[in-house]
Design a protein around this ligand. Sequence first.
Ligand SMILES: Cc1cc2nc3c(=O)[nH]c(=O)nc-3n(C[C@H](O)[C@H](O)[C@H](O)COP(=O)(O)OP(=O)(O)OC[C@H]3O[C@@H](n4cnc5c(N)ncnc54)[C@H](O)[C@@H]3O)c2cc1C
Ligand code: SF4
Length: 492
Amino acid sequence: MGNPTGFMTITRQTGTELPPAERIRNFNEFHLPLHTDEQQAQGARCMDCGVPFCQSGMALCGMVSGCPLNNLIPEWNDLVFNGHWELAVRRLLATNRFPEFTSRVCPALCEAACTCGMTTGSPVTVRENERAIIEYGYESGVLRPVPPPARTGKSVAVVGAGPAGLAVADLLNKRGHKVVVYERDDRPGGLLMYGIPNMKLEKWVVERRVELMRAEGVAFVTGADVGGATGPAPDALAAQHDAVVLCCGARQPRDLNVPGRGAAGIRFAVEYLTGATKALLEPGHADGTGESAAGKRVLIIGGGDTGNDCVGTAIRQGCAGVTQLEMLPCPPAQRAESNPWPEWPRVLKTDYGQQEAIAVFGRDPRLWQTTVKEFLADENGHVRGAVVQKLAPRDENGRTVMVPTGEESTVDCELVLIAAGFTGCEGYVADAFGVQRTARGTVADDRFATNVPGVFACGDMRRGQSLVVWALREGRDAAAAVDEYLMGYTNL
Ligand SMILES: Cc1cc2nc3c(=O)[nH]c(=O)nc-3n(C[C@H](O)[C@H](O)[C@H](O)COP(=O)(O)OP(=O)(O)OC[C@H]3O[C@@H](n4cnc5c(N)ncnc54)[C@H](O)[C@@H]3O)c2cc1C
Ligand code: SF4
């Protein structure tokens, strides 16, 4: 700790966020980083505490607190403060293979567990420090292609090029195994590419990493739906490779079984967000996925992060209004007594899309304790509205369930986006490989092995829908498990 009083004398300073009215004019990232000097000063706020909860990644009351990658946060905060940027890059990459992703999209579990945050009310800017370090790495050339010095003669197929697949491929390639990544979409990246909107993660950031991996020897085969219509069959992969790692995500969306669901204009959130990104990457593309929200009143079912991304995207497309339904009650503004630091704070978050809705339409788009009862269609079979009903919590054998109160109203809308979560992986991939699924729709055990010898799984496919930081952690641990299977030991 270079500056023992930094946490008292330096106030937290974050990069500039463009105001909502300005940033909704385009799909660009709207978070502008600090100047290098200012960022270095922020590193001085780290107290290098005896028990750094920020890097603990431990489960407390069912939720993880601190960084799941166990990033060596106090160490690189000190290197940032002292201007040892290259050393900071190397320290950061020791645990996190892709900090350019986490430093843009991670909810920063580290900052919620920061002791400085508990004592001063404002945690160290860990995520922005991380971003400054990795961007220095790219700009300075510290990050350049370094292919493995020797090859092991073993070959691994990675199915799915989301963050978990990229992480496992990167590490196994560095170890010297030949790695081929098979991806169903036309571009690698998984939800980093098609899901998380451009304003949170510009797509050149994903492409920059994929190019680096290509230059280091990882092969990517896109448009390959393994076990499906357009990809190699599992037998073919087994014949060509010594191990297979399934990283296909938890992509089965939870549907709504209500009258009128079949009306046109009712879509799943990821499909809509994919179309929005494709329209940016290839203006004028015409594969039918790019239906815009322009001029429409949009109803989003689901008050979580995916729903918020739909709000921000619909506003940028020029929607005429937006409403978000959330079944649960509005959380408190402050931590409840039953939710003390360093637990993850269960408090009200008004995310970027919701802030933009407030700026444009003058109200928070969320309707709490509300769900859809029925969709209404016009004479052409297109959705024109939804009957929504209020819910109230009720105790059922010690479990709280939300039940209808009888209060109903109608929301007019021309586009409905279902962002109600996911029910696990898509069954056809697991079935094609003969891999067993759990009741939660996940596969593989805590050693990343499935019931089929030589077939492993990681990321959301193993864990269920989660976070990018967890996908990277899963990729790191799964790479070690696969390496041990291939070599009889591992040094990953
Ligand atoms: C809209 C949205 C926004 C999100 N925003 C955030 C955020 O801001 N921060 C955060 O931390 N997390 C966020 N998440 C969660 C995060 O994106 C996921 O937890 C993470 O991407 C999981 O990584 P993964 O590699 O396991 O799976 P995915 O990213 O889902 O990647 C799976 C890949 O496998 C491919 N695939 C599937 N089947 C096959 C097959 N048969 N053959 C070949 N390829 C196949 C898919 O095309 C896909 O590319 C968000 C999720 C969603 C849905
Ligand atoms: S990966 Fe996330 S939790 Fe870990 S240090 Fe970075 S921002 Fe914090």
